[in-house]
Design a protein around this ligand. Structure first.
Ligand code: FAD
Length: 632
């Protein structure tokens, strides 16, 4: 057997984005010896790419904001399919987490009177996103990394070794979770540059691996987002929730082809940018669905008035939740009113002076100038939908992040987990989600270790040999297909057949294609050796993308309605009958199975935050009397 480096920890966190770092900080603060592993360079995670901001009801810009309003917006955005406990914890705790970041050194943009500034974003009733220009994620990661270093300095002073209690293993990919009799015993993987194998023995493992975007052809996600955590959880016996809900962000770049999919932040619209079709029409006014009609402006005049006088105007329809805007753009393009390269126009140049654009949206100006030779201070951008975020994810206990399905010692936080955002995430709610549930996961893992006492699970040599064999297999084959070709096929299948608009027969076609791909992926071949070999790395990722794609496709076929990030052309309406149905996927006999599970009911005090009239748009008749009772 190949040589394997071994490390022993109390808690191993897989992922060094916002969720992973916040979880690791918490675990270390709880006195646990903690490792943080990241597939890419330390600091390079999706969190660092986040532009717009982190949503928290600090009420700095509008005093009417509160956790209750944030909760209400989140539930509306998720079309009432959110796990209510998660949405409540998130709304209640986000302000504290943002202030904690500031305490740890984050420099947010300020209001005139010196408080943390907050900006508008789609679906948020009040300006709520704490931000740093359009580079918020960078500051968030910088601050969390700085906190890790600070803790390491404390450990250096007290224990003589900065890495005694918290250590980062960058460019290390986990390929397998190791179990001992149903309990997590560790994580196995390889070091990216050398290809050396490594085992982390630990009774508690926290998944914080982010999203699944690389299963789709057009995506804002970068190379690491191959659904590893989702797949690791499934293979360990855990369950995924509502994988049909994939967010297509309405505004990705569409031209040139090499940059197709790269994100154009929602802040452009939040700060006043408008969407127009090839006829120059501000078309979003035609796409306000009934459920949102009372909250959105009906004329350009009213919409424009909102930016300066939100008390007396309704919101511009460009700031509808993302699923609505993405579908509208898709329709405009399909009906022949698109821009030259298959998108629509997003214009900020006619809405504010160039210097203000440079101040508010410096990264966007740079991105378009460098990548598309477009000066956004003088001309509109061309934009179209791009696969951005997965609402579905690992089923967790809201309070502790403990993973369901009877896998003791496994936890999950951040984008890899499911439930919090229902069928559609509001912009800005991810960064706050990472902080709230990252911390809770760190606490959950520490509490689990307390329960465990000295009875720690053990990694068997047999399990280790199995993980090594699986990792080496693509290199040992004499024949087999290229991982790059197989990856393209998965991406094309998902993009074309399980993309933004879905139809039953096409999803069935996708499932069939993915089934056939299983055998081919099982026989994938990577040339060369283990030392820096991207083809071999991709071969490891393929099986993750495949199983995750199957979970998305099978759930998408099962849900016969349209809701949030799941649009069925053959079932175009939202159905009250489906509102309380969670689709739970698990692995059985090498395939993904889907079952129905009833969503938790909303507590009466939370129900009372909504008008009965609004609830009637989502709830069944049978559910409504409960709502009526709650309002009394
Ligand atoms: P990530 O930050 O994605 O980190 C995942 C980590 O897991 C990485 O370190 C990765 O290397 C590691 N990893 C993955 N697989 C493995 C493996 N097998 N082994 C070891 N390590 C692994 N949200 C907002 O709220 N506001 C915004 O303004 C915003 N803007 C965005 C802009 C862009 C361009 C993108 C792509 C997303 C944006 N989002 C935004 C969404 C948000 O950034 C992500 O949902 C969030 O950062 C996910 O954080 P995370 O901690 O769950 O995972």
């Amino acid at each position: 057997m190949a040589e394997i480096a071994r490390h022993s920890y109390d808690v191993v966190v897989i992922g060094a984005g916002g969720a992973g770092l916040r979880a690791a900080i918490e675990a270390r603060q709880q006195g646990r010896k903690t490792a943080v592993i990241s597939k890419s360079l330390f600091g390079k995670a999706h969190t660092v790419m986040a532009e717009g901001g982190a949503a928290a009801a600090l009420a700095n810009v509008n005093a009417r904001d509160s956790w209750q309003v944030h909760f209400r917006d989140t539930m509306r955005g998720g079309k009432f399919l959110n796990n209510p406990r998660m949405a409540e914890l998130h709304a209640r705790e986000a302000p504290e987490r943002i202030l904690e970041l500031e305490y740890w050194g984050a420099l947010f943009d300020r209001t005139k009177d010196g408080r943390i500034s907050q900006r508008n974003f789609g679906g948020h009733e009040y300006p709520r996103l704490a931000h740093v220009g359009d580079r918020t994620g960078l500051e968030l990661i910088r601050t969390l990394q700085q906190r890790v270093v600070q803790l390491q300095q404390i450990d250096a002073a007290e224990l003589g070794d900065p890495e005694a209690m918290i250590k980062v293993y960058a460019e290390t990919t986990v390929t397998e979770l190791v179990k001992d009799d149903g309990r997590i015993a560790g994580a196995f993987g390889y070091v990216r540059d050398t290809g050396d194998f490594v085992l982390f023995e630990a009774p508690a493992v926290i998944l914080a691996t982010g999203g699944i975007g690389k299963s789709f052809k057009v995506t804002s996600n970068s190379w690491e987002y191959t659904g590893d955590g989702h797949a690791l959880a499934l293979r360990a016996g855990a369950t995924l929730l509502n994988m049909e809900f994939v967010q297509f962000h309405p505004t990705g770049m569409v031209w040139p082809p090499s940059v197709k999919g790269i994100l154009v932040t929602e802040s452009v619209r939040g700060d006043g940018g408008v969407l127009r079709n090839s006829e120059g029409k501000r078309f979003m006014f035609d796409y306000v669905p009934d459920v949102f009609r009372s909250q959105y402006a009906e004329s350009e005049e009213e919409a424009d008035g909102w930016y300066t006088d939100p008390e007396n105007h309704r919101r511009p329809p460009e700031l509808l939740p993302r699923d609505e805007v993405a579908r509208a753009i898709n329709t405009e393009v399909k009906e022949g009113r698109g821009s030259p390269h298959g998108g629509v126009f997003l214009d900020v140049s006619s809405r504010m002076p160039a210097e203000e654009i440079m101040r508010r949206l410096p990264s966007m100006q740079h991105q378009f100038k460098e990548l598309a030779d477009v000066d956004i201070t003088a001309e509109p951008m061309e934009v179209g939908p791009t696969c951005h975020y997965v609402m579905g994810g690992v089923e967790v206990d809201p309070d502790s992040g403990a993973v369901g399905g009877g896998v003791a010692g496994l936890f999950a936080a951040g984008e890899v987990s499911g439930g919090m955002h229902g069928s559609n995430r509001l912009g800005g709610n991810s960064l706050s989600d990472l902080l709230v549930f990252g911390r809770r996961c760190g606490m959950g893992a520490a509490a689990y270790l307390d329960e465990l006492g000295g009875d720690r699970p053990v990694v068997s040599e047999e399990a280790l040999a199995g993980a090594t064999r699986a990792a080496e297999a693509p290199l040992r084959r004499e024949t087999g297909e290229s991982p790059y070709d197989l990856h393209q096929e998965i991406q094309q299948t998902m993009n074309d057949l399980v993309g933004i608009i879905r139809r039953g027969p096409e999803i069935e076609q996708a499932i069939e294609a993915l089934d056939k791909l299983k055998e081919r992926v099982a026989g994938v071949r990577a040339e060369g050796g283990r030392a820096y070999n991207p083809g071999w790395h991709l071969a490891q990722d393929l099986r993750n993308m495949l199983v995750v794609s199957e979970a998305v496709a099978r759930s998408a076929l099962e849900r016969e309605e349209s809701r949030g990030g799941h649009t069925r052309d053959d079932f175009p309406s939202m159905s009250a009958r489906w509102r309380r149905v969670n689709l739970v996927t698990r692995l059985a006999d090498g395939g993904v199975t889907v079952r129905h599970q009833e969503l938790d009911v909303l507590r009466p005090d939370l129900l009372a935050l909504f008008d009965r009239e609004e609830l009637a748009k989502y709830f069944t008749e049978a559910e409504l009397p409960e709502a009526e009772g709650a309002e009394e």
